[in-house]
Design a protein around this ligand. Structure first.
Ligand SMILES: *[C@@H]1O[C@H](CO)[C@@H](O)[C@H](O)[C@H]1NC(C)=O
Ligand SMILES: *[C@@H]1O[C@H](CO)[C@@H](O)[C@H](O)[C@H]1NC(C)=O
Ligand SMILES: *[C@@H]1O[C@H](CO)[C@@H](O)[C@H](O)[C@H]1NC(C)=O
Ligand SMILES: *[C@@H]1O[C@H](CO)[C@@H](O)[C@H](O)[C@H]1NC(C)=O
Ligand SMILES: *[C@@H]1O[C@H](CO)[C@@H](O)[C@H](O)[C@H]1NC(C)=O
Ligand SMILES: *[C@@H]1O[C@H](CO)[C@@H](O)[C@H](O)[C@H]1NC(C)=O
Ligand SMILES: [Cu+2]
Length: 548
């Protein structure tokens, strides 16, 4: 198949998608779009509704935007404005969309974190999220209510950067969404997390892994009475020999750490969560829930079919998933290679450390940004899990398990002059009052298991991690010279993670584990940043009126 003419392609691309499925079921690369001469307003309509689909052959109800799974991409340029009218047609649940990695400078109420920056959208109601995209990079959007994103409510969010230093080094790009996938509807059944202990923490167990919403499933494993068609098919990426492709990898998992690779091809890592890093080669890379990584792949092989592989690292689960084939695939098909045959290529065998993301100590920033100092406020947060008085498993940060106050979000409390010193301790609220102050956060994990922590409203310098050790002031080393920035970073098992950011974005920002089940049972704190400046911003009535 020949690529359509470039100019047609670009306009299609801006309207629709960042990876297009061509008529013969291949996804072809998207050329680099031309930057507009001035910032644009990009408008989208998101109709949130349930539809029955069978992405891997197993038929289930998915929670979608506009009936699509994965959801439609949002594509903008740096400094554009985005207006997304989200209408809730779920029928039986409220909803809210979070724009993961978008800092929401001056628009904290559009962050979508229910109970912190606003209330959820009731059934039949709409909210138009209206915000700017000042940072280039690879992001995603997802529901931030209940576990709705594990039922399908997510999609890519690409912010093109005309100043991207890597632009000369690739020709076209693909978005590659990697995820664990469940056959049961999770959102209506979250009660399992509240069952009294006995047999451990009941994390929903995934049934499959998907690449761009596709993979095969062995239907003999499907429960009796379900509708399942075998050989649903793989996502297929069409490569042209000699071209250089940027793959924007997005991990939308509920829980799984995924290892990613393409047989016979080298991955050149260039971006982590919107931050440019010095090109680093790898064969297999780990990506944790919520994280994004861009790699450049050169189509330097002879025309053939190659496996693109995702693998769920099952070691990382509290309870290893039952019945899961952790390996899932897509196909890289070179133009001119045999059609409709499965590749016979062999996987890379490089060993990777279980359950950890890309090592922040080996990634280097492309452009050194001085890590701010001196530290004004330093918080140490201890992370632990134990049963509560009802014998339900809960995660605690400094002995307090977060419970959302959905109908009276923190931002509204600020606008209503609520006396914050009387706030319920279960809000896990920490306040930063000084504009420009450098904040350092140390999370000490007192338990086994890794946790990918995501901060809203910021990206942060990753100063270091310690595996299976207690942080010791003056002994443990922090990288305050060449630290990279991300918005999601992993706290190692029984170890620590240290990060830094500047209090410069008035709002209330969640800082939480992105493993959905841990989030649901309390592994969340919130940072109230510069409340005096927040009060000077005008909360739009439309956002405010969603609250009862
Ligand atoms: C499908 O699963 C069944 C039952 O677990 C197994 O016997 C069979 O070999 C599997 N088929 C394939 C193609 O993997
Ligand atoms: C995605 O994140 C999950 C949870 O952190 C992880 O288990 C999985 O391996 C990640 N996927 C990739 C491709 O790294
Ligand atoms: C959390 O608890 C630890 C241990 O008691 C304490 O050192 C630390 O200051 C607490 N953190 C905060 C933010 O209160
Ligand atoms: C949490 O509470 C327990 C029991 O009250 C206490 O022993 C422990 O030191 C506390 N931990 C932190 C981090 O505050
Ligand atoms: C806020 O609550 C604290 C603790 O109850 C109290 O000491 C303080 O006077 C209250 N502040 C205001 C402005 O009411
Ligand atoms: C952590 O360290 C302890 C003692 O230093 C050791 O017994 C344990 O095996 C280590 N765990 C891991 C996962 O490395
Ligand atoms: Cu966690």
């Amino acid at each position: 198949m020949k690529l359509p003419k470039k100019d047609i392609f670009i306009s299609l691309f801006l309207l629709a998608s960042s990876s297009l499925v061509s008529g013969d079921d291949y996804t072809v690369g998207t050329p680099k779009p031309k930057a507009p001469s001035s910032p644009q307003v990009r408008e989208y309509n998101f109709d949130v509704k349930k539809v029955t689909l069978a992405p891997d052959g197993f038929s289930r109800r998915l929670w979608t935007v506009n009936g699509q799974f994965p959801g439609p991409p949002i594509v903008t340029f740096k400094n554009d404005q985005v207006k997304v009218k989200v209408t809730n047609n779920l029928g039986d649940q409220v909803t809210s969309i979070h724009w993961h990695g978008i800092r929401q400078i001056g628009t904290p109420w559009y962050d979508g974190s229910v109970g912190v920056t606003g209330c959820a959208i009731p059934n039949g109601k709409s909210l138009t999220y209206d915000f700017k995209t000042p940072d280039g990079g690879t992001y995603w959007w997802h529901s931030h209510h209940m576990a709705q994103y594990t039922d399908g409510l997510y999609g890519p969010f690409i912010v093109h950067d005309p100043d991207d230093p890597y632009l000369p080094y690739y020709d076209e790009e693909f978005t590659v969404i990697l995820t664990d996938y469940h056959h049961d509807e999770i959102s209506p059944n979250l009660g399992i997390l509240d069952l009294p202990l006995g047999g451990g923490f009941r994390e929903p167990s995934p049934d499959n892994g998907l690449i761009n919403g596709r993979n095969n499933y062995n239907c003999t494993k499907a429960p009796a009475g379900s509708k399942c068609t075998p050989n649903a098919g793989y996502a297929k990426f069409k490569f042209e020999r000699g071209k250089r492709y940027r793959l924007r990898l997005i991990n939308t998992s509920a829980e799984a750490l995924i290892f990613f690779s393409i047989d016979n091809h080298v991955l050149n890592i260039i971006e982590a969560d919107g931050f440019y890093i010095k090109r680093q080669e790898a064969h297999r890379i780990p990506i944790h829930a919520g994280q994004r990584v861009s790699v450049i792949v050169v189509a330097d092989q002879v025309a053939d079919n190659f496996w693109m592989r995702g693998e769920i690292d099952t070691v990382c689960y509290f309870q290893p998933p039952v019945n899961l084939d952790p390996k899932f695939n897509a196909i890289v098909h070179y133009e001119g290679a045999k059609e409709n045959v499965d590749p016979t290529t062999k996987p890379w065998t490089d060993a990777l450390e279980d359950c950890m993301d890309l090592d922040p100590n080996t990634l280097q920033p492309l452009v050194l940004e001085p890590v701010p100092s001196p530290v004004g406020t330093s918080l140490t947060l201890f992370n632990i899990v134990h049963p509560n008085e009802k014998n339900q498993v809960r995660f605690y940060i400094n002995n307090s398990s977060y419970v959302p106050d959905n109908d009276n979000p923190t931002i509204n409390k600020v606008y209503n002059n609520y006396n914050l010193s009387t706030i319920n301790p279960n809000q896990n609220l920490y306040t930063f009052n000084k504009p420009g102050e450098v904040i350092q956060i140390l999370i000490q994990n007192l338990i086994g298991g890794e946790h990918p922590f995501h901060l809203h409203g910021h990206n942060f310098w990753v100063l270091g991690i310690g595996r299976n050790e207690t942080y010791k002031e003056g002994v443990s080393t922090l990288n305050t010279r060449t630290a990279i920035k991300r918005d999601t970073a992993v706290v190692p098992s029984a170890g620590w993670l240290a990060i830094r950011f500047v209090a410069d974005n008035p709002g209330a920002w969640m800082f939480h584990c992105h493993i959905e089940w841990h989030f649901q049972v309390g592994m969340v704190v919130q940072f109230l940043e510069l409340p005096d400046l927040l009060k000077k911003l005008t909360q739009p009535p439309e956002a405010r009126s969603l609250c009862p």
